[in-house]
Ligand binder design. Structure first.
Ligand SMILES: [Zn+2]
Length: 157
């Protein structure tokens, strides 16, 4: 069996108005993130970790067509899962951290896990989502942005 690991990082700018989507869940209807697709930082970080583990480059490489960027991030995650499966890989687990001052991630983490679990057909006990603040420091502390980190392990028989 071959094991592989990948990391992913994403940052998007937080602004007033619109819907804030993290892990496919609407967290707020008063704020949103600016960026490609629905700017779901968590899902984008997970996509990059999966592509990284499979040695397939990054999200920009697979989703560079403007028509694809209008897809929801969960749809892009589904596509990523298909791509890595075509390469013979199976996901073992995903761990992640959302770095955010304004919203308490803990309140939404189970809902996010369910969404990602449904999308990847991966048991919720193989997906972990943590929340972290920066003690008011930096652009995240000033609520100017939200960041996410993800790591995954995948294997091939
Ligand atoms: Zn992104």
């Amino acid at each position: 069996m071959i094991n592989s690991y990948g990391i992913g990082l994403d940052v998007h700018k937080l602004k007033e108005g619109g819907d804030l989507i993290l892990g496919g869940i609407i967290i707020s209807k008063n704020y949103s993130l600016e960026g490609d697709s629905d700017a779901d930082v968590l899902t984008h970080a997970i996509i990059d970790s999966l592509l990284g583990a499979a040695n397939l480059g990054d999200m920009g490489h697979f989703f560079n067509d403007s028509t694809e960027l209008i897809y929801s991030s969960l749809q892009m995650l589904k596509k990523t899962d298909n791509i890595i499966k075509q390469n013979g890989w199976i996901i073992n687990n995903i761990d992640s951290t959302i770095i955010c001052e304004k919203f308490k991630i803990f309140n939404y983490s189970n809902m996010m896990k369910s969404k990602i679990s449904e999308t990847l057909k991966l048991n919720t006990n193989k997906i972990n989502i943590k929340g972290k603040s920066t003690d008011g420091l930096g652009f995240i502390g000033k609520n100017e942005g939200i960041s996410a980190l993800a790591i995954c392990s995948i294997y091939k028989k």
